[in-house]
Write a protein that binds this ligand. Structure first.
Ligand SMILES: NC(=O)c1ccc[n+]([C@@H]2O[C@H](COP(=O)([O-])OP(=O)(O)OC[C@H]3O[C@@H](n4cnc5c(N)ncnc54)[C@H](O)[C@@H]3O)[C@@H](O)[C@H]2O)c1
Length: 255
């Protein structure tokens, strides 16, 4: 897909971190960007900075997501790009201090990370499928979701998070197959350890030690590097149905 002002994008979790960096790069490429997030203050600020639209959306809520797509489409037309970055990462072990893992917490992580991602994909796929193709190959849209290296090497305390992210990796190929007749590509990025507000909240020595665990380059990933891969996926039509690790060759230790 050729990025231009004729293309509209929706970025969930666009108020912060990887989503905000992606929104910035897509906007810099001319794309009209709508940010879906529950953080209105930061979302409005990023939207203002990039000349985009912020819509207050909770990806766990069907009505909220439906209204979000309606608002984004009214402003920019139907999206040709969806990037799913909304996510949460609470830590808890399968059993701890004589108590089983809270099922409520487990289901919440699945609701935001996995079901929230799928909900947005289903809405975007429906909108994209009804559009005219963008090129001679019949391409109608691109969907990029965010898993994590935890989908493959989840650490102690990451059971819910790893399950949600493995779900995203696992549904990538079947969704790509479902949408192939409509010319919609479906990709997932599995980031390693990236410098985002989540990680920048950790003490500096912890950040340094995390960075040093990366074989090469021995540092945390930058949100702009994640955004760069999203852009490459949008532009390279042969990328479809796959999860790409973006991690400097890190394989997470048990803890
Ligand atoms: N930072 C990393 O090292 C890293 C590594 C692997 C995967 N990831 C994944 O990348 C994605 C982005 O992470 P980040 O580091 O930029 O985190 P972040 O916390 O900076 O951004 C996540 C955004 O999602 C939003 N969000 C959370 N729940 C939501 C909901 N129910 N509805 C709408 N928005 C919601 C938050 O408000 C926030 O703006 C997440 O899915 C995360 O799991 C991050």
């Amino acid at each position: 897909m050729q990025l231009s002002s004729a293309i509209a994008a929706v970025v969930t979790g666009g108020a912060s971190g990887l989503g905000a960096a992606t929104a910035r790069l897509l906007a810099a490429s001319g794309v009209k960007v709508a940010l879906f997030d529950r953080n209105a203050e930061q979302g409005e600020a990023v939207a203002k900075e990039i000349g985009g639209l912020f819509v207050s959306v909770d990806v766990t809520n069907e009505e909220s997501v439906k209204a979000g797509f309606a608002a984004a489409r009214a402003a920019h037309g139907v999206e040709r790009i969806l990037v799913n970055c909304a996510g949460i990462a609470p830590a808890a072990k399968t059993t701890s201090r004589g108590e089983p893992h809270s099922l409520e917490l487990f289901e919440k992580v699945i609701a935001v990370n996995l079901s929230g991602t799928f909900r947005c994909i289903a809405h975007a796929a429906t909108g994209m499928s009804a559009q005219d193709p963008l090129n001679a190959d019949g391409e109608r849209g691109v969907i990029v979701s965010t898993a994590s290296v935890a989908a493959f090497d989840g650490q102690v305390g990451q059971v819910a998070y790893a399950a949600s992210k493995a779900g995203i990796a696992g549904m990538t190929l079947p969704i790509a197959r479902d949408l192939s007749k409509s010319g919609i590509r479906v990709m997932t990025i599995a980031p390693g350890i990236f410098e985002t507000p989540m990680l920048l909240g950790l003490p500096e020595d912890v950040q340094k030690s995390l960075g040093e665990q990366v074989p090469f380059p021995s540092r945390l990933g930058k949100a702009a590097e994640y955004a760069q891969l999203v852009k490459a996926i949008c532009e390279n039509e042969m990328l479809n149905g796959e999860t790409i690790r973006l991690d400097g060759a890190i394989r997470m230790a048990p803890r």
